[in-house]
Design a protein. Structure first.
Lengths: 76, 498
């Protein structure tokens, strides 16, 4: 369930980002992106907490904690 | 008018491979090396008649090395004498029992089957699976640039079959190994290799699980020591016209209007060039030798976020007997939970391990010329943090040597401490001082999934024009073949854009 929410939120935010970049960068679209990314992050956190297996949880968390750096790393 | 077409900072394998190819392209190349020998971590030093390898102890996946020599108009066979290693590993259990894995995949399956029939069958399945992955990545991921997402799509477009390996990016190394094997001993023999990328099995990316297989495609030792690899790269480069200056420390990279145009040496001498190629850690390059003021804030944020890979302290020992080990490489194995616990409870807390598990290398079993008659070279590679809680490596060095020697003398190499004729140690601090590796990290930056391909510092700089990167902190990552591949990629990019 949480995985589905996560994937949907991520897909939604990706589509919104794409549309915004292609068509217009107006405040409504940017707001949409912000909301959908927030939803994706929340769903992601919920997913991490729902994982029972400790090594798996650590693996996911290790990736999740580095997501904020990805744009910076891509620019490096 | 610039003094040189290309200045290369560092005569490690990445710098030398880029230099050799660029010189072959007809460019005037100068390689500046701060020490008195080539190779960096892939090097060899002599003490009391023994030849010790500094860090790297074997080479596998030799495709990039072959490619380098071919691009320079020669061949690996002409330039290097590689000794095949067989058996590839001797695993030492805590009760002293040993298990040897031969080179042959089928013979290894027999060894595994003698312990667990099902795991023997699964070993063949794993070998088959990762053999496909290696074939697909050899001419794409390993030797092609990953500047941006487009390059990654190109790799996939060139080899659409690679999509079937996507699940590996969602799994940890441990997930993959446990998916194939169920016997505790077999799991232990397959799990420790996650530390080759500086991470415990539960955190290392799933695709790194190709390592236990890739060793069976062939591992080699260059006759005369690991330095023979960079020496061969150097010879070929010099034949093509590249110049090398030793004992020359570069202090700064000169940058004007976001364009690199040369270097300033430690003594203040300025040398100008059209292109600068770095073979040093990308974090050190950008944040110290170029300066934060030249880097856009987002890239700076990204660069600062990289974590350095785990350092490996090494003890080099010359002995006057033949240790009772059969393989070039031996390792103590333990439960996968202990390997993970070491990371969380010892490494991240800045502690020295009570039981210093690690790799034992006896290269003189493969090449007798490394030690005087009747003597052998033993190298003990441990795992420990750079920052020690409440102390430092200068204070702990002697104690660590004693602890490591005593541990291996009892468990892995019986009689070791009674036969030492010479001993030397390189702590993470020594690696930092002598090889200028930040944090003593021989693999550069940590190699987890968020620091791979286009998320690793780019071969062609995105912040500074005419600046190119090679070495373990750029794509495709750490290890001798990958670093040589990074030099090939940089040279290819320079050929395209400069």
């Amino acid at each position: 369930m949480i995985k589905t929410v996560l994937m949907t939120a991520l897909a939604f935010s990706a589509v919104m980002t794409g549309l915004t970049l292609i068509y217009s960068c107006n405040i409504i679209n940017i707001l949409f992106i912000a909301v959908s990314f927030f939803a994706a992050i929340m769903a992601g956190l919920a997913y991490v907490y729902s994982v029972q297996d400790k090594p798996r949880k650590r693996f996911i968390w290790n990736i999740a904690r580095q997501i904020p750096y990805l744009i910076g790393r891509y620019m490096a | 008018m610039a003094d040189y077409d290309v200045i290369i900072i560092g005569a490690g394998c990445g710098g030398l491979s880029a230099g050799g190819i660029l010189a072959k392209q007809g460019r005037k190349v100068l390689i500046l090396e701060q020490s008195s020998r080539v190779g960096g971590c892939c090097s060899t030093f002599e003490k009391d008649g023994f030849h010790f390898d500094v860090g790297a102890s074997i080479v596998e996946i030799i495709h990039p090395i072959k490619l380098f020599f071919n691009l320079c108009g020669t061949s690996l066979e002409k330039e290097l004498d590689l000794i095949p290693i067989d058996p590839i590993f001797s695993f030492v259990k805590s009760d002293g029992e040993r298990i040897n894995y031969p080179l042959s995949i089928e013979s290894t399956a027999e060894v595994i089957s003698s312990i667990s029939k099902k795991d023997g069958e699964n070993w063949l399945k794993l070998a088959n699976y990762f053999s496909d992955l290696l074939k697909l990545t050899m001419d794409s991921f390993l030797t092609k640039p990953a500047y941006g997402i487009i390059d990654v799509f190109r790799m996939v477009k060139k080899n659409p079959k690679i999509i079937k390996f996507l699940p590996l990016f969602m799994k940890s190394y441990q997930d993959v190994i446990l998916n194939y094997f169920s016997d505790e001993t077999i799991i232990q023999t397959m799990a420790f290799q996650s530390y080759y990328c500086g991470l415990p099995p539960e955190l290392a990316p799933g695709f790194m699980a190709f390592v236990p297989y890739s060793e069976h495609e062939g591992i080699y030792y260059p006759r005369g020591g690991m330095i023979q690899i960079p020496e061969a790269l150097r010879r070929v480069g010099e034949r093509n016209g590249a110049q090398i200056r030793f004992n020359t420390l570069v202090d700064r990279v000169m940058v004007r209007k976001k364009k690199a145009y040369g270097v300033i040496l430690e003594d203040g001498t300025e040398i100008t060039s059209k292109i600068v190629v770095s073979n040093i850690n990308a974090k050190k390059l950008y944040l110290e030798m170029i300066g934060e003021e030249h880097i856009p804030w987002l890239a700076r944020f990204g660069l600062k976020s990289y974590e350095l890979s785990m350092p490996f302290p090494v003890v080099y020992i010359g002995v006057d007997y033949r240790p009772a080990l059969e393989a070039h490489h031996s390792i103590n194995i333990g439960p996968i939970e202990l390997m993970n616990e070491f990371w969380h409870e010892t490494y991240l807390k800045g502690l020295l391990p009570e039981k210093p598990y690690g790799l034992v290398t006896i290269p003189s079993l493969s090449d007798e010329s490394l030690a005087p008659d009747g003597h052998h070279v033993v190298t003990l590679m441990g795992m420990a943090p750079y920052h020690l809680q409440g102390t430092d490596w200068d204070k702990e060095k002697e104690k660590y040597i004693e602890q490591l020697v005593n541990f291996h003398s009892e468990v892995t190499v019986p009689g070791l401490k009674d036969h030492i004729t010479t001993i030397e140690c390189a702590t993470p601090l020594d690696f930092e001082r002598k090889l200028l590796l930040p944090g003593g990290s021989i693999y550069g930056l940590q190699m987890d999934i968020s620091a791979q391909a286009c998320f690793r510092p780019s071969s062609r700089s995105k912040s500074i024009e005419h600046l190119y990167l090679t070495g373990s902190s750029t794509h495709p990552g750490g290890g001798v073949p990958s670093v040589i591949a990074s030099g090939i990629i940089a040279a290819e990019q320079i050929d395209k854009y400069e």
